[in-house]
Design a protein around this ligand. Structure first.
Ligand SMILES: Cc1cc2nc3c(=O)[nH]c(=O)nc-3n(C[C@H](O)[C@H](O)[C@H](O)COP(=O)(O)O)c2cc1C
Length: 179
């Protein structure tokens, strides 16, 4: 299975959590790891190139720090620009049919805070529904998200462990992920 990770962090030089996740994956050669903010510092996303890349991968991971319960803006722009009518959805838009998508996010909040009645009221799965629906609107398969909680408080050892868990999660078969 061919895996492409699209990471989006506006300040990767100040990051600890996403940098730890990136470091674990970048040392492996069995996937393509991409840093959207580094590739497009002027936000001029190359739609044709992105669509070609999507066509040649089976599973796509969107990795980002949770910002205001959502993704950073360049990744939102990537969705807006790349998932075009007639290509990703709408009449004739079937290019992503059957491809697998996974969100991988780091949150400052704790797992306890992300539940009904908790500080943030909703689970991360609930908050990620716009991305889930974007994927399913494009006939992709939306798989369970990977979440690192307490991303700001974690020790280096905790983040290194999370990075290994992340690496395993994105390689887990669809059957094991959904069972
Ligand atoms: C603009 C901004 C918005 C944020 N919004 C949230 C949020 O909605 N929920 C949350 O749990 N953490 C939030 N955080 C905390 C980040 O998710 C956290 O700092 C990040 O995941 C840590 O990863 P990093 O070390 O790679 O930057 C926010 C941080 C920033 C800077």
């Amino acid at each position: 299975m061919k895996i492409m990770v699209i990471a989006a962090h506006p300040h990767l030089n100040e990051s600890r959590a996403n940098r730890a996740l990136a470091a674990e994956l970048q040392q492996r050669e069995d996937l393509l790891y991409r840093d959207l903010y580094q590739e497009y510092p002027k936000w001029n996303i190359n739609v044709e190139r992105e669509q070609q890349l999507l066509l040649s991968y089976d599973r796509v991971i969107f990795q980002f720090p949770l910002y205001w319960y959502s993704c950073p803006p360049l990744l939102k722009k990537w969705f807006d620009d790349v998932l075009t009518f007639g290509w990703a959805f709408g009449t004739g838009g079937t290019q992503l049919k059957g491809k697998e998508f996974i969100v991988a996010t780091t949150a400052g909040g704790s797992e306890k805070a992300y539940r009904s009645g908790g500080e943030n009221l909703y689970t991360i799965s609930e908050l990620l529904r716009p991305i889930q629906r974007t994927v399913t609107k494009c006939k992709g398969i939306y798989l369970p998200a990977f979440v690192t909680y307490n991303a700001n408080e974690g020790t280096d050892a905790y983040l290194a462990k999370e990075a290994v868990r992340f690496s395993e999660h994105i390689r887990t078969s669809i059957h094991a992920l959904i069972s």
